[in-house]
Design a protein around this ligand. Structure first.
Ligand SMILES: Nc1ncnc2c1ncn2[C@@H]1O[C@H](COP(=O)(O)OP(=O)(O)OP(=O)(O)O)[C@@H](O)[C@H]1O
Ligand SMILES: Nc1ncnc2c1ncn2[C@@H]1O[C@H](COP(=O)(O)OP(=O)(O)OP(=O)(O)O)[C@@H](O)[C@H]1O
Ligand SMILES: [Mg+2]
Ligand SMILES: [Mg+2]
Lengths: 269, 269
C-alpha cells in the first residue's frame, strides 16, 4: 500500500517544494522506494530540482539516488468541468503507476487548483510548511486583531477539511494525518516567533493538525537547487560544499526530526 | 494620469503583498493620492492587511491614512473565455474609478491568472520582489547547472515581455519600467547571496529590468500585519512597537531607497 504524502499549503512560497525534495531524498536514503508527483504544472520547481539532479549526475558521472517521477498532464479545455474530469483521470493513473512504491510524495502548487484538491483527497499524510508570519498564518486561521484570539478556520484549513469530509463520505475510515511544520525559522528569539508558536499550539487541537518543529531559514536548504542536490547527498570526499558548519549539522537533525515526526509506516523490510 | 504600479512575480511568497503595502503607505505619507487593487482574489493578503488596518484604527480610535481600495470581482463562469471577458471589464472599471489617484498599486497573485496578465498589460511600473534563492530565480531565467551561465528567459520574464509586446502592438509608445528588487536578504555574506547578485546583474541588461537593492529579511516587515500597520506608521508616543532597533532604522532606509529607485513621476504638486 503506497503511503501518499502531500505537500500542501495554498500560501505561496511556504516551502512545499523544498520540503518535498528533502523528504524524498531522506526517504530514498533510508532504503524506501519513493515516487514523486509534481502538481505545480506551470512552475514545476520540484520537476526542475530533479532535472538539475539528473543533469548533474550525468555531467559529473556520479551515481545519485532518484525517485520514480510521474507526470500528470494539465488540461486546457475551455470548459472547466471537462478539463477537471480529464485531470482527475490523469492523477488516478499517475498514482496507479506508483503502486509499487512505499511512498508517493505529491508537491502541490501555492494555489487552489482542482489537482491540488484532488491530491489532498488522496493523502495519507499532509505536510504543511508555514513561514513564521501571520501573513502565512492567515490562510490557516483568522485571528481577531483586538483580542489576538483565533476566530475560526481560514481557506487552507477548509481545503484540508473538505478532503477529510469527502473521504468520510466515501466511506473511507482511515483519517488524514495533517502535520504543520514551521519553516524558515529565524535563529533569533523574536516576540513574533513566540506569538506564532502560541497561536499554532492553540490552533492545532482546534482544527486537527499536529505541529512539527520544522526547518530553520538556512542557505543550505536552497543553495544546492541548481545542481539538484540536498544536504543529505553531501558528505563524500568530493562533496562540492564544505559540510562542517553548525547550520549544516543542525539542518541534518531538522530533516531527521521531521521524518520521525511524520510517524510514517515502516513498510515491508 | 494615474501611474500604475504592479507588484508582479508568478513565484509565490516572493514578497508582493508585503511590498505593495509598504509602497502604498510610503506614497500616502509623501502626500500622494493612492489607489489599491488586490488581484489575489482568493487569498487577498493585501485586502486582509487593509481590513486589519481599518479594524485597528476603529478599535484604537486612531487616525490612519488609507488608500482608495477598489474590488475586482472574479468570474466563475464555466467557460474560461466568457469569464475572462467579464474580468477584463471589471479591471477596466476599477482603474477608471481610481482615475483621480496619483498612483494605483495593483497586487498580483503568485500565479499566472488572466487578471494578473491584464494588470501587467496596464502597468507603468512593474515591481518584482525576489527571494534570494535560485528556486525563485528559476522563474526569471534558466541557468545551465554546468556552466552557471544564463541560458534564457523563463516563465515570468515571458509574462512581462508579453505585456511589453502587447503594448507595442496596441501602438502604445510608453514602455513598462520593470524593477526587480531583492527581498528577504539575509544579513550574512553567503556565497549564495553573491552568486544571486552576479546572476541578477548579468540578467538585467539581457532581459530588460533595473535592479533595486530591496529589503532585508526583517521581522518588522511582517509582525505588524495583524494590526494593519507598517513601520512607517510608527514613531508616535503611543507606538505599539519599540522603534529604536537597528533593524527598524535600516528598514526605513530600505523603503525610502525603494521608492527613490522607482523613479516615480512627481505628480501635481
Ligand atoms: N528552510 C528554508 N531555508 C532557506 N530557504 C528556504 C527554506 N524553505 C524554503 N526556502 C526558500 O524559500 C522560497 C520558497 O520555497 P519553496 O519554493 O520551496 O516554496 P513553495 O511552497 O513550494 O512555493 P510555491 O507556492 O511557489 O510552490 C524558495 O526560494 C526556497 O529556496
Ligand atoms: N522583507 C521581509 N522580511 C520579513 N518577512 C517578509 C519580507 N517580505 C515578505 N515577508 C514574509 O514572507 C512571506 C511571503 O510574503 P508575501 O505574502 O508578501 O509574498 P507574496 O509574493 O505576496 O505571496 P503570494 O504569492 O502568496 O501572494 C510572508 O509571510 C511575509 O510576511
Ligand atoms: Mg513549490
Ligand atoms: Mg501576495
Amino acid at each position: 500500500m503506497t503511503h501518499v504524502i502531500v505537500l500542501g499549503n495554498e500560501k505561496g512560497g511556504s516551502g512545499k517544494s523544498t520540503t518535498a525534495m528533502h523528504l524524498i531524498v531522506a526517504l530514498l536514503k533510508s532504503g524506501k522506494k519513493v515516487g514523486a508527483v509534481d502538481l505545480d504544472l506551470r512552475q514545476g520547481s520540484l520537476t526542475r530540482y530533479l532535472e538539475n539532479r539528473r543533469k548533474f549526475s550525468e555531467i559529473k558521472g556520479k551515481e545519485l539516488i532518484f525517485p520514480e517521477m510521474v507526470k500528470v498532464e494539465p488540461s486546457s479545455l475551455d470548459s472547466r468541468a471537462e478539463s477537471q474530469k480529464k485531470e482527475t483521470e490523469n492523477l488516478k493513473n499517475a498514482l496507479k503507476t506508483l503502486g509499487e512504491c512505499d511512498f508517493a510524495v505529491i508537491d502541490c502548487p501555492g494555489a487552489n487548483t482542482h489537482l491540488s484538491r484532488l491530491a489532498h483527497l488522496h493523502a495519507d499524510t499532509i505536510v504543511t510548511p508555514l513561514n513564521d508570519s501571520f501573513v502565512d498564518f492567515d490562510l490557516l486561521a483568522k485571528v481577531d486583531p483586538e483580542t489576538g484570539k483565533v476566530v475560526g478556520p481560514s481557506l487552507y484549513s477548509e481545503m484540508v477539511w473538505d478532503a477529510r469530509k469527502h473521504r468520510a463520505m466515501m466511506g473511507d475510515r482511515s483519517g488524514i494525518d495533517w502535520v504543520v511544520m514551521r519553516n524558515r525559522l529565524s535563529a533569533t528569539r523574536a516576540r513574533n516567533k513566540k506569538n506564532m508558536g502560541d497561536k499554532l499550539d492553540e490552533l492545532s487541537s482546534r482544527i486537527g493538525f499536529r505541529l512539527a518543529r520544522g526547518f530553520g531559514d538556512r542557505v543550505i536548504y536552497r543553495e544546492l537547487f541548481p545542481i539538484g542536490l540536498t544536504l543529505l547527498d553531501l558528505g563524500g570526499v568530493d562533496s562540492p560544499v564544505r559540510l562542517s558548519t553548525m547550520s549544516h549539522v543542525t539542518a541534518r537533525l531538522e530533516i531527521r526530526s521531521l521524518v520521525a515526526a511524520l510517524n510514517l509506516p515502516a513498510g515491508e523490510e
